[in-house]
Design a protein around this ligand. Structure first.
Ligand code: AQP
Length: 349
């Protein structure tokens, strides 16, 4: 039977990019699982990954809850999916250490993500050896190993990921192979990738960059919990270009194309962005923005209300109960793998 795992960092309330690029697909997978009994779904709020970059404790505490409420608000259902904080299952960190002992540094060295995070943090494209020496932390460098542990510990057969994460999934498969060949009797399951087809959602203020939770510019993103007037305002003021007509050309016209992508993604009939461009051929950008805002508002209808309800119902105790239940089920799933791991490594009697 299929076992699906995916994760999201509690680094802020999710935006349209997280929603269209990942969360909406999780909900679809949950819906599909209803007709294939035996499929198990695990969605983790990966707070241990979040601390690979500096975090403020009260803020992180708050963001974990906000992410939990967001996942529930978009329709993940704790009766159908196991939704849990990574740190509430300590075995993820234990397995990470064990995988560390068979994972090779060469592969991690070639990964691009720590390089781009470090470059971003230092506001430069080139990272010097000195920066690496002084600023690169073990956690950031080795976090693909923790990601591999997250996946392998739940014996995931399928992992939905965005384009940028494919490299890490290949690494998770390599970790499974290294483990199995090092320890006779080891039977880590190698996960398959489910790739998200949706295009990357770009920032509304700089369409050359992706929409991101941690960008300091709030106008660059639309939170899935935004009130309708804010959604409309952000789309109205989205940076485009000075050409009059509407055409779809992500290279030359990233701002306009981003709006067309959003419109296509939020279109219940899923018409392609090129088709929408033809539809607006003789219209102006204002009309396109209006249609995009209508589509996004429709897509996110009800999310804000459900989010606030999950966060505040019974003074937050409802959410706490959901958290505890998710942690319990995830711990049981992880313990099953850890029994095999401790046995084949020689860490149990
Ligand atoms: N702009 C985007 N377009 C499409 N998909 C996106 N994702 C993120 N941004 C976009 C997808 O969201 C999932 C969860 O992401 P994450 O929280 O693990 O971290 P991230 O990819 O680093 O997302 P952010 O929003 O940019 O967060 P920060 O600013 O904290 O780094 C992933 O599947 C990702 O592909």
């Amino acid at each position: 039977a299929k076992r699906i795992f995916s994760g999201i960092q509690p680094t802020g309330v999710p935006h349209l990019g997280n929603y269209l690029g990942a969360m909406r697909q999780w909900k679809q997978l949950q819906d599909e699982a209803s007709s294939s009994p035996g499929t198990k779904l695990f969605f983790s709020i990966v707070d241990l990954h979040a601390i690979t970059m500096p975090q403020d404790a009260p803020v992180l505490r708050q963001r974990r809850r906000e992410m939990m409420a967001s996942l529930l608000a978009i329709g993940l259902n704790p009766a159908k999916s196991t939704i849990f904080y990574q740190s509430s299952v300590p075995a993820h960190s234990e397995l990470k250490w064990i995988l560390d002992c068979t994972a090779s540094v060469g592969y991690l060295n070639r990964m691009t993500q720590w390089k781009s995070k470090l470059a971003e943090d230092n506001n430069s494209l080139r990272i010097s050896d000195e920066t690496i020496e002084n600023k690169l932390k073990m956690g950031l460098f080795g976090y693909p190993v923790l990601q591999a542990a997250d996946i392998l510990i739940h014996r995931a057969t399928h992992v939905p990921v965005g384009d940028d994460q494919k490299q890490h999934l290949e690494f998770a498969r390599q970790c499974a192979r290294s483990f199995n060949s090092t320890y006779p009797g080891g039977d880590m399951v190698s996960p398959e990738t489910i790739t998200t087809r949706s295009p990357r959602v770009m920032s509304l203020t700089n369409p050359h960059k992706k929409m991101s939770k941690s960008s300091p510019n709030h106008s660059s993103r639309i939170l899935i919990t935004a009130p309708e007037d804010e959604i409309r305002k952000r789309i109205r003021s989205a940076v485009t270009d000075s050409l009059y007509a509407v055409t779809y050309d992500p290279q030359e016209r990233p701002g306009v194309s981003n709006l067309l992508d959003l419109l296509s993604q939020c279109d219940p009939e899923a018409r392609e962005p090129e088709e929408w461009a033809r539809h607006f051929e003789n219209a102006n950008l204002g009309d396109l923005k209006q249609a995009t805002a209508d589509a996004v508002v429709r897509e996110l209808a009800g999310v804000r209300e459900r989010y606030l309800d999950f966060l505040n119902h019974k003074g937050g105790r409802w959410l706490t109960e959901i958290e505890e239940e998710g942690a319990k089920v995830a711990r049981e799933s992880a313990d099953e793998t850890m029994r095999m791991v401790r046995d084949v490594v020689g860490l149990s009697d």
